[in-house]
Ligand binder design. Structure first.
Ligand code: MN
Length: 430
């Protein structure tokens, strides 16, 4: 039977150390926001209701194509991974759901559900894997999967995605994310039109297997592992896919899957406007698909993405409920600490975006007042919303300072003794 790993008493005693300071900071911020006509309680309640899913593959140490340097207490399988995910949720109260990757996380669905239930966790979108070969599979994905020239290979990839849906149904998931590594390394290696046609045909088969209340997310990525062309390379192609498949198909935006300097927030706006934004894989990048911690390189860009989401929320865009998920690879940090920090950064961007004075911004835009329009975003972004984030955690039973409390718990040391060192944990960069 799974049990919560961090003692409630420890969280309470750590909170007690900083409770007075937290109250004072929260009250001061409340007074400051009040002067601008903003009710801090409204913001805190919205932040407390904002959740982001943790990727099962993120709690193991990630690797590069050069090497993987595992840490202490690496999860040995999905049940250990769920235990680690529960620690993140216990301390942040921002991550109640886990996104699974099949076949890495394959297990008896009943046991998965029971283990997650006992930990107070649920499941977000399922992720299929047709970018690497499983030990027992008949046809290789070396030259592609859903767009492969060979029908038998495509069928195998389709069947795998349908199996992911079946597992997802059994554990309470409501969406499937499909990312394929299909593409080419040489001009002329594959026919662009034919491979995309085959991909669409395969996706249509998967789409047919979706339950009525499910969504399917296609994830674009401009390069890697294919370095000349990928079949689903950008948001335009992704939009075509979602549009072609039907109303249950949406586009997933992984922040790292674009060319450097791409205006991602504008892509988000376009997809919202045409009702095809399915959700996100949050992370950060400097050069490419670096899978760095959310908000660690360009927190302003993360804020600008959330500015579009809050704008849509504000305008009351119908049926607007994008899936928020993290997709990161942690190579030099304790993955649990990175995911705690990332969940907080994502909530921070949301809280800052909620502080934008949208009425004033709209008036500046209408007056062509570029400087003040920009300043109204900056004003919100400059606000230190940490007291709001801490208050949301505290009220939900989490930690005012989750990283400090995690370190105090010595969880890593403890599980390091229980889990023998191994290279297990699978890959982790998509
Ligand atoms: Mn991704």
């Amino acid at each position: 039977m799974a049990e919560l790993q961090i003692s409630g008493d420890l969280i309470a005693s750590e909170n007690d150390k900083v409770r007075t300071a937290q109250k004072s900071d929260y009250d001061a911020l409340g007074a400051r926001l009040d002067r601008h006509g903003v009710d801090i309680e409204t913001i805190t309640n919205k932040v407390a209701a904002f959740f982001v899913a943790v990727p099962s593959w993120g709690v193991g140490t990630g690797g590069t194509r050069f090497a993987l340097f595992p840490g202490h207490g690496e999860p040995r399988g999905i049940f250990d991974k769920l235990d680690d995910c529960a620690v993140i949720q216990q301390l942040t109260r921002a991550t109640p759901n886990v996104s699974l990757h099949i076949p890495w996380d394959k297990a008896d669905p009943k046991q998965l559900k029971a283990h997650a239930d006992a930990l107070g966790l649920g499941f977000d979108a399922m992720n299929s894997n047709t970018f690497s070969d499983a030990a027992d599979q008949k046809h290789s994905y070396k030259y592609g999967s859903l767009s492969h020239v060979d029908q038998a290979t495509r069928s195998q990839a389709i069947d795998h995605n349908i199996e992911c849906i079946d597992i997802g149904v059994a554990i309470g998931s409501k969406a499937l994310t499909v990312w394929v590594g299909d593409g080419s390394n040489f001009p002329g290696q594959s026919n662009f039109a034919k491979s995309f046609e085959r991909y669409l045909g395969s996706m249509a088969e998967i789409y047919k297997a979706l339950p009525d209340d499910w969504r399917i997310f296609s994830e674009h990525k401009m390069y890697e592992p294919a370095f000349y062309s990928t079949v689903v390379q950008d948001w335009g192609t992704n939009y075509l896919i979602a549009q072609t498949l039907g109303p249950k198909a949406f586009c997933l935006v992984d922040l790292g899957h674009h060319a450097a300097n791409t205006n991602i927030e504008m892509i988000v706006s376009r997809l919202i406007q045409f009702k095809k934004l399915g959700g996100f894989h949050f992370n950060d990048s400097k050069y490419g698909d670096d899978d760095l911690d959310a908000g660690s390189i360009d927190p302003y860009r993360l804020f600008l993405v959330f500015n579009e989401l809050v704008d849509a929320e504000d305008r009351g865009v119908p049926d607007f409920h994008p899936a928020h998920m993290i997709d990161q690879s942690h190579n030099v940090t304790d993955p649990i600490e990175s995911l705690i920090s990332s969940a907080n950064e994502i909530r921070r961007a949301y809280a800052q975006a909620l502080l934008v004075d949208r009425k004033a911004l709209g008036a500046f835009q209408d007056d062509n007042d570029a400087l003040m329009a920009s300043d109204s975003l900056k004003r919100a972004y400059r606000t230190d919303v940490e007291p709001i984030l801490a208050e949301a955690r505290l009220r939900a039973g989490g930690a005012i300072d989750p990283i400090a409390t995690y370190r105090k718990s010595q969880y890593r040391l403890k599980i390091g003794k229980e889990r023998p060192a191994s290279l297990a944990g699978g890959g982790g960069i998509i």
